[in-house]
Design a protein around this ligand. Structure first.
Ligand SMILES: *Cc1c(COP(=O)(O)O)cnc(C)c1O
Length: 392
Protein backbone atom coordinates (compact mmCIF):
# COMPACT_ATOMS: atom_id res chain seq x y z
CA UNK A 1 0.00 0.00 0.00
CA UNK A 2 1.35 3.44 -0.88
CA UNK A 3 1.35 6.02 1.90
CA UNK A 4 -1.42 8.60 1.84
CA UNK A 5 -0.22 12.04 0.74
CA UNK A 6 0.64 14.92 3.01
CA UNK A 7 -2.39 16.45 4.74
CA UNK A 8 -3.68 19.32 2.57
CA UNK A 9 -7.35 19.95 3.26
CA UNK A 10 -9.04 22.56 1.05
CA UNK A 11 -9.74 25.92 2.65
CA UNK A 12 -13.22 25.97 4.18
CA UNK A 13 -15.49 28.46 5.85
CA UNK A 14 -17.28 26.44 8.51
CA UNK A 15 -20.75 27.97 8.79
CA UNK A 16 -22.57 24.87 9.96
CA UNK A 17 -23.73 23.90 13.46
CA UNK A 18 -20.13 23.20 14.52
CA UNK A 19 -17.27 22.84 14.40
CA UNK A 20 -16.88 26.48 13.47
CA UNK A 21 -13.48 27.79 12.44
CA UNK A 22 -10.95 28.04 15.24
CA UNK A 23 -9.42 31.47 15.87
CA UNK A 24 -5.91 31.61 14.31
CA UNK A 25 -4.44 32.44 17.72
CA UNK A 26 -5.97 29.23 19.09
CA UNK A 27 -4.37 27.15 16.34
CA UNK A 28 -1.02 28.78 17.07
CA UNK A 29 -1.38 28.06 20.80
CA UNK A 30 -1.94 24.39 19.95
CA UNK A 31 1.49 24.10 18.33
CA UNK A 32 3.15 25.05 21.64
CA UNK A 33 5.42 22.20 22.87
CA UNK A 34 3.85 19.80 25.34
CA UNK A 35 4.27 19.96 29.08
CA UNK A 36 3.63 16.98 31.33
CA UNK A 37 0.11 16.92 32.73
CA UNK A 38 1.48 17.24 36.29
CA UNK A 39 4.21 19.79 35.47
CA UNK A 40 3.90 22.78 37.83
CA UNK A 41 3.69 25.04 34.77
CA UNK A 42 0.81 23.01 33.38
CA UNK A 43 -0.94 23.08 36.76
CA UNK A 44 -0.72 26.86 36.61
CA UNK A 45 -2.24 26.78 33.10
CA UNK A 46 -5.10 24.66 34.45
CA UNK A 47 -5.76 27.15 37.24
CA UNK A 48 -5.79 30.05 34.77
CA UNK A 49 -8.11 28.15 32.44
CA UNK A 50 -10.56 27.40 35.25
CA UNK A 51 -10.56 31.00 36.43
CA UNK A 52 -11.31 32.29 32.92
CA UNK A 53 -13.95 29.60 32.42
CA UNK A 54 -15.72 30.81 35.58
CA UNK A 55 -15.77 34.34 34.17
CA UNK A 56 -17.18 33.19 30.85
CA UNK A 57 -19.85 31.09 32.62
CA UNK A 58 -20.50 34.07 34.98
CA UNK A 59 -20.11 31.86 38.04
CA UNK A 60 -18.12 31.49 41.23
CA UNK A 61 -18.66 27.70 41.23
CA UNK A 62 -15.44 26.05 42.37
CA UNK A 63 -16.31 22.85 40.48
CA UNK A 64 -15.75 24.31 36.99
CA UNK A 65 -13.46 22.71 34.41
CA UNK A 66 -13.35 21.27 30.89
CA UNK A 67 -14.14 17.55 30.60
CA UNK A 68 -11.69 15.82 28.22
CA UNK A 69 -14.13 14.97 25.43
CA UNK A 70 -16.80 16.65 23.28
CA UNK A 71 -20.04 18.37 24.28
CA UNK A 72 -21.97 15.12 24.56
CA UNK A 73 -19.56 13.96 27.27
CA UNK A 74 -20.44 17.17 29.12
CA UNK A 75 -24.10 16.16 28.86
CA UNK A 76 -23.31 12.68 30.08
CA UNK A 77 -21.18 14.03 32.94
CA UNK A 78 -23.99 16.21 34.27
CA UNK A 79 -26.64 13.50 34.02
CA UNK A 80 -24.74 10.45 35.28
CA UNK A 81 -23.41 12.33 38.29
CA UNK A 82 -26.74 13.79 39.39
CA UNK A 83 -28.95 10.80 38.63
CA UNK A 84 -29.07 7.54 40.59
CA UNK A 85 -31.12 4.53 39.56
CA UNK A 86 -34.82 5.29 39.98
CA UNK A 87 -34.46 9.06 40.48
CA UNK A 88 -37.17 11.09 38.83
CA UNK A 89 -36.15 13.40 36.00
CA UNK A 90 -38.19 15.71 33.81
CA UNK A 91 -36.57 16.29 30.42
CA UNK A 92 -37.82 19.04 28.13
CA UNK A 93 -37.30 18.34 24.46
CA UNK A 94 -38.01 20.56 21.48
CA UNK A 95 -35.48 19.08 19.08
CA UNK A 96 -32.69 16.61 18.40
CA UNK A 97 -30.49 17.49 21.38
CA UNK A 98 -33.40 17.45 23.82
CA UNK A 99 -34.00 13.90 22.61
CA UNK A 100 -30.37 13.08 23.39
CA UNK A 101 -30.92 14.35 26.95
CA UNK A 102 -33.91 11.99 27.24
CA UNK A 103 -31.83 9.07 25.98
CA UNK A 104 -28.90 9.68 28.31
CA UNK A 105 -31.07 10.39 31.37
CA UNK A 106 -32.83 7.06 30.73
CA UNK A 107 -29.57 5.16 30.38
CA UNK A 108 -28.36 6.77 33.61
CA UNK A 109 -31.27 5.00 35.29
CA UNK A 110 -33.70 7.89 35.71
CA UNK A 111 -37.44 7.48 35.77
CA UNK A 112 -37.89 10.01 32.95
CA UNK A 113 -40.93 12.17 32.31
CA UNK A 114 -40.61 13.70 28.85
CA UNK A 115 -42.07 17.11 28.07
CA UNK A 116 -42.36 17.49 24.33
CA UNK A 117 -42.60 20.76 22.45
CA UNK A 118 -43.13 21.20 18.71
CA UNK A 119 -39.78 21.52 16.89
CA UNK A 120 -38.99 25.20 16.40
CA UNK A 121 -41.06 26.31 19.43
CA UNK A 122 -39.86 26.87 23.01
CA UNK A 123 -41.30 25.95 26.41
CA UNK A 124 -43.43 28.30 28.44
CA UNK A 125 -42.37 28.49 32.09
CA UNK A 126 -45.96 27.88 33.26
CA UNK A 127 -46.07 24.53 31.45
CA UNK A 128 -42.89 23.56 33.25
CA UNK A 129 -44.25 24.74 36.62
CA UNK A 130 -47.28 22.44 36.24
CA UNK A 131 -45.05 19.48 35.45
CA UNK A 132 -42.72 20.18 38.38
CA UNK A 133 -45.74 20.35 40.71
CA UNK A 134 -46.99 17.01 39.44
CA UNK A 135 -43.72 15.04 39.27
CA UNK A 136 -41.42 16.75 41.82
CA UNK A 137 -38.31 15.42 40.09
CA UNK A 138 -34.75 15.44 41.39
CA UNK A 139 -33.53 16.84 38.05
CA UNK A 140 -34.97 18.92 35.23
CA UNK A 141 -32.94 19.04 32.02
CA UNK A 142 -33.39 21.44 29.12
CA UNK A 143 -31.51 22.81 26.11
CA UNK A 144 -30.73 26.54 26.09
CA UNK A 145 -29.86 26.80 22.39
CA UNK A 146 -31.47 23.98 20.36
CA UNK A 147 -29.06 23.68 17.46
CA UNK A 148 -31.34 21.39 15.46
CA UNK A 149 -34.10 23.99 15.11
CA UNK A 150 -32.36 27.29 15.91
CA UNK A 151 -34.73 27.93 18.83
CA UNK A 152 -33.61 30.01 21.82
CA UNK A 153 -35.18 28.78 25.07
CA UNK A 154 -35.62 31.46 27.77
CA UNK A 155 -34.15 30.10 31.03
CA UNK A 156 -33.67 33.22 33.17
CA UNK A 157 -36.45 32.29 35.64
CA UNK A 158 -36.14 28.53 35.42
CA UNK A 159 -33.52 27.96 38.13
CA UNK A 160 -35.55 29.82 40.71
CA UNK A 161 -38.64 27.84 39.73
CA UNK A 162 -36.83 24.49 39.99
CA UNK A 163 -35.50 25.39 43.42
CA UNK A 164 -39.04 26.01 44.72
CA UNK A 165 -39.57 22.29 44.13
CA UNK A 166 -36.16 21.11 45.33
CA UNK A 167 -35.24 20.21 41.74
CA UNK A 168 -31.77 20.57 40.22
CA UNK A 169 -31.60 22.33 36.86
CA UNK A 170 -29.31 20.87 34.18
CA UNK A 171 -28.83 23.06 31.10
CA UNK A 172 -27.29 22.24 27.72
CA UNK A 173 -25.35 25.39 26.78
CA UNK A 174 -23.30 23.71 24.05
CA UNK A 175 -24.32 26.31 21.44
CA UNK A 176 -24.90 29.30 23.72
CA UNK A 177 -21.62 29.69 25.63
CA UNK A 178 -19.59 32.48 24.02
CA UNK A 179 -22.44 33.48 21.66
CA UNK A 180 -25.44 34.66 23.71
CA UNK A 181 -26.03 35.74 27.30
CA UNK A 182 -25.48 33.04 29.90
CA UNK A 183 -25.51 33.78 33.64
CA UNK A 184 -24.90 30.59 35.59
CA UNK A 185 -25.08 32.19 39.07
CA UNK A 186 -27.70 34.90 38.50
CA UNK A 187 -30.01 32.40 36.79
CA UNK A 188 -29.39 29.73 39.48
CA UNK A 189 -28.34 26.99 37.07
CA UNK A 190 -27.05 23.85 38.82
CA UNK A 191 -25.18 21.83 36.22
CA UNK A 192 -24.21 23.35 32.90
CA UNK A 193 -22.20 21.90 30.04
CA UNK A 194 -20.84 23.26 26.78
CA UNK A 195 -18.20 22.50 24.14
CA UNK A 196 -15.04 24.04 22.71
CA UNK A 197 -15.89 24.05 18.98
CA UNK A 198 -18.91 26.33 18.72
CA UNK A 199 -18.94 29.71 20.49
CA UNK A 200 -15.42 29.49 21.92
CA UNK A 201 -13.60 29.31 18.57
CA UNK A 202 -11.54 26.19 19.36
CA UNK A 203 -11.40 22.71 17.79
CA UNK A 204 -13.73 20.02 19.17
CA UNK A 205 -12.36 18.04 22.11
CA UNK A 206 -13.30 19.69 25.39
CA UNK A 207 -16.60 20.09 27.24
CA UNK A 208 -16.61 22.85 29.87
CA UNK A 209 -18.86 21.99 32.81
CA UNK A 210 -19.80 23.81 36.00
CA UNK A 211 -21.64 22.51 39.11
CA UNK A 212 -23.37 24.68 41.73
CA UNK A 213 -23.08 24.06 45.48
CA UNK A 214 -26.57 22.49 45.33
CA UNK A 215 -25.34 20.08 42.67
CA UNK A 216 -22.22 19.29 44.73
CA UNK A 217 -24.44 18.53 47.74
CA UNK A 218 -26.38 16.09 45.54
CA UNK A 219 -23.09 14.42 44.50
CA UNK A 220 -22.07 14.08 48.14
CA UNK A 221 -25.48 12.63 49.01
CA UNK A 222 -25.32 9.80 46.48
CA UNK A 223 -25.93 6.33 47.84
CA UNK A 224 -24.37 4.55 44.88
CA UNK A 225 -21.20 5.07 42.83
CA UNK A 226 -21.46 6.95 39.53
CA UNK A 227 -21.72 4.22 36.88
CA UNK A 228 -19.09 5.90 34.65
CA UNK A 229 -15.56 5.83 36.04
CA UNK A 230 -14.15 8.31 33.52
CA UNK A 231 -16.89 10.90 34.07
CA UNK A 232 -17.25 10.53 37.86
CA UNK A 233 -16.93 14.11 39.14
CA UNK A 234 -15.71 12.96 42.55
CA UNK A 235 -12.72 11.29 40.86
CA UNK A 236 -12.00 13.94 38.19
CA UNK A 237 -12.17 16.53 40.93
CA UNK A 238 -8.99 15.08 42.40
CA UNK A 239 -7.21 16.34 39.27
CA UNK A 240 -9.05 19.56 38.36
CA UNK A 241 -9.95 20.27 42.00
CA UNK A 242 -7.45 20.77 44.77
CA UNK A 243 -5.06 17.82 44.80
CA UNK A 244 -3.98 17.72 41.14
CA UNK A 245 -3.68 13.94 41.47
CA UNK A 246 -3.52 11.76 38.38
CA UNK A 247 -6.91 10.73 37.00
CA UNK A 248 -6.38 10.63 33.23
CA UNK A 249 -3.82 12.34 30.97
CA UNK A 250 -5.20 15.78 30.21
CA UNK A 251 -5.27 16.57 26.46
CA UNK A 252 -2.52 19.16 26.86
CA UNK A 253 -2.82 20.85 23.44
CA UNK A 254 -6.58 21.17 23.79
CA UNK A 255 -6.13 22.86 27.16
CA UNK A 256 -3.71 25.28 25.50
CA UNK A 257 -6.41 25.85 22.87
CA UNK A 258 -9.25 26.60 25.26
CA UNK A 259 -7.02 28.81 27.41
CA UNK A 260 -6.34 30.95 24.34
CA UNK A 261 -10.00 30.79 23.25
CA UNK A 262 -11.11 32.04 26.68
CA UNK A 263 -8.48 34.80 26.67
CA UNK A 264 -9.91 35.99 23.35
CA UNK A 265 -13.49 35.93 24.68
CA UNK A 266 -12.54 37.97 27.75
CA UNK A 267 -10.42 40.44 25.78
CA UNK A 268 -13.45 41.17 23.61
CA UNK A 269 -15.78 41.27 26.62
CA UNK A 270 -18.89 39.12 26.99
CA UNK A 271 -21.42 41.88 26.32
CA UNK A 272 -19.54 43.03 23.21
CA UNK A 273 -19.41 39.44 22.01
CA UNK A 274 -23.15 38.89 22.51
CA UNK A 275 -23.82 42.18 20.67
CA UNK A 276 -21.60 41.13 17.79
CA UNK A 277 -23.48 37.84 17.40
CA UNK A 278 -26.80 39.70 17.42
CA UNK A 279 -25.70 42.29 14.87
CA UNK A 280 -24.39 39.73 12.38
CA UNK A 281 -27.54 37.64 12.86
CA UNK A 282 -29.75 40.63 12.03
CA UNK A 283 -27.86 41.21 8.79
CA UNK A 284 -27.94 37.52 7.85
CA UNK A 285 -31.63 37.25 8.69
CA UNK A 286 -32.50 40.26 6.53
CA UNK A 287 -30.57 38.65 3.67
CA UNK A 288 -32.10 35.19 4.08
CA UNK A 289 -35.62 36.63 4.17
CA UNK A 290 -34.85 38.67 1.04
CA UNK A 291 -33.83 35.40 -0.65
CA UNK A 292 -37.29 34.06 0.19
CA UNK A 293 -36.13 31.69 2.97
CA UNK A 294 -38.17 31.18 6.16
CA UNK A 295 -36.84 30.44 9.66
CA UNK A 296 -37.80 27.15 11.32
CA UNK A 297 -37.75 28.68 14.82
CA UNK A 298 -40.59 30.88 16.04
CA UNK A 299 -40.25 34.64 15.66
CA UNK A 300 -38.79 36.16 18.83
CA UNK A 301 -36.99 32.91 19.75
CA UNK A 302 -34.41 32.67 16.98
CA UNK A 303 -30.80 32.07 17.93
CA UNK A 304 -28.32 34.63 16.56
CA UNK A 305 -25.61 31.97 16.25
CA UNK A 306 -27.68 29.30 14.49
CA UNK A 307 -29.97 30.29 11.65
CA UNK A 308 -32.12 27.37 10.52
CA UNK A 309 -34.26 27.96 7.45
CA UNK A 310 -36.64 25.78 5.46
CA UNK A 311 -35.35 24.61 2.10
CA UNK A 312 -37.76 25.85 -0.61
CA UNK A 313 -40.13 23.13 -1.88
CA UNK A 314 -38.70 20.98 -4.61
CA UNK A 315 -35.03 21.81 -3.96
CA UNK A 316 -32.63 19.06 -2.99
CA UNK A 317 -30.89 19.51 0.37
CA UNK A 318 -27.69 17.59 -0.35
CA UNK A 319 -27.27 19.02 -3.86
CA UNK A 320 -27.48 22.56 -2.51
CA UNK A 321 -24.94 21.96 0.24
CA UNK A 322 -22.62 20.23 -2.23
CA UNK A 323 -22.65 23.27 -4.53
CA UNK A 324 -21.87 25.57 -1.60
CA UNK A 325 -18.98 23.36 -0.52
CA UNK A 326 -17.46 22.68 -3.93
CA UNK A 327 -17.87 26.09 -5.52
CA UNK A 328 -17.45 28.38 -2.52
CA UNK A 329 -15.70 26.27 0.13
CA UNK A 330 -18.59 27.00 2.51
CA UNK A 331 -19.99 24.35 4.81
CA UNK A 332 -23.50 24.73 6.20
CA UNK A 333 -25.55 22.11 8.03
CA UNK A 334 -28.47 20.01 6.84
CA UNK A 335 -31.51 19.21 8.96
CA UNK A 336 -31.52 16.68 11.80
CA UNK A 337 -34.36 14.39 12.92
CA UNK A 338 -37.77 15.84 11.98
CA UNK A 339 -36.04 18.46 9.79
CA UNK A 340 -33.85 16.03 7.84
CA UNK A 341 -33.82 17.08 4.18
CA UNK A 342 -36.06 20.05 5.03
CA UNK A 343 -33.75 22.66 6.57
CA UNK A 344 -30.40 24.32 6.15
CA UNK A 345 -28.58 25.47 9.26
CA UNK A 346 -26.22 28.40 9.04
CA UNK A 347 -23.98 28.99 12.03
CA UNK A 348 -22.38 32.32 12.88
CA UNK A 349 -20.47 31.23 15.95
CA UNK A 350 -17.55 32.79 17.78
CA UNK A 351 -14.76 33.76 15.39
CA UNK A 352 -17.04 33.21 12.37
CA UNK A 353 -19.68 35.68 13.45
CA UNK A 354 -18.50 38.53 11.22
CA UNK A 355 -19.73 40.58 8.27
CA UNK A 356 -17.46 38.81 5.77
CA UNK A 357 -19.09 35.43 6.58
CA UNK A 358 -22.57 36.95 6.25
CA UNK A 359 -21.93 38.67 2.91
CA UNK A 360 -20.17 35.65 1.42
CA UNK A 361 -22.75 33.06 2.40
CA UNK A 362 -25.60 35.25 1.11
CA UNK A 363 -23.89 35.83 -2.24
CA UNK A 364 -23.13 32.11 -2.53
CA UNK A 365 -26.65 31.05 -1.52
CA UNK A 366 -28.17 33.33 -4.13
CA UNK A 367 -26.16 31.62 -6.86
CA UNK A 368 -26.90 28.14 -5.54
CA UNK A 369 -30.63 28.80 -5.27
CA UNK A 370 -30.71 30.26 -8.77
CA UNK A 371 -28.77 27.32 -10.22
CA UNK A 372 -31.20 24.93 -8.58
CA UNK A 373 -34.12 26.69 -10.22
CA UNK A 374 -35.48 28.89 -7.42
CA UNK A 375 -36.69 32.36 -8.31
CA UNK A 376 -34.40 34.84 -6.56
CA UNK A 377 -34.11 38.54 -7.19
CA UNK A 378 -30.46 39.16 -8.19
CA UNK A 379 -28.50 40.79 -5.38
CA UNK A 380 -31.47 40.94 -3.00
CA UNK A 381 -29.85 39.00 -0.14
CA UNK A 382 -26.58 40.89 -0.15
CA UNK A 383 -28.36 44.25 -0.49
CA UNK A 384 -30.65 43.55 2.48
CA UNK A 385 -27.74 42.55 4.72
CA UNK A 386 -25.68 45.49 3.58
CA UNK A 387 -28.51 47.82 4.50
CA UNK A 388 -28.54 46.45 8.05
CA UNK A 389 -24.79 47.01 8.42
CA UNK A 390 -24.85 50.48 6.93
CA UNK A 391 -27.99 51.90 8.55
CA UNK A 392 -28.19 49.68 11.63
C1 LIG B 1 -23.31 20.15 19.28
C2 LIG B 1 -24.30 19.94 20.36
C3 LIG B 1 -24.19 18.90 21.29
C4 LIG B 1 -23.16 17.81 21.16
O1 LIG B 1 -21.86 18.25 21.23
P1 LIG B 1 -20.67 17.37 20.60
O2 LIG B 1 -19.50 18.25 20.81
O3 LIG B 1 -21.03 17.15 19.16
O4 LIG B 1 -20.58 16.11 21.35
C5 LIG B 1 -25.10 18.85 22.34
N1 LIG B 1 -26.08 19.76 22.47
C6 LIG B 1 -26.24 20.76 21.58
C7 LIG B 1 -27.34 21.74 21.77
C8 LIG B 1 -25.36 20.87 20.50
O5 LIG B 1 -25.53 21.86 19.61
Amino acid sequence: MSLPGQLTPSPRLLLGPGPSDAHPRVLTAMTTPLLGHLDPQFLQIMTETQEMLRQVFRTKNRLTFPVSATGTAGMETCLVNLIEHGDKAVVCTMGYFGNRLVEIAGRAGADVTVMQQTWGQVFDINQIREKLKEVRPKVLAIVHAETSTGAWQPIEQLGKLCHEFGTLLVVDCVTSLGCTQLEVDAWELDAVFSCSQKGLGCPPGLAPVTFSERAIAALKGRKTKVQSWYLDMSLIESYWGGDRAYHHTAPISMVYAIREGLRIVLEEGLEARWDRHLKNHKALKAGLLALGLKYTAAEGHQLPQLNAVRIPDGLDDAAGRKLLLNEFGIEIGGGLGDLKGKAWRIGLMGYNSKPSSVMLVLAALEQVLTKMGAKVEPGAGVAAASKVYVSG
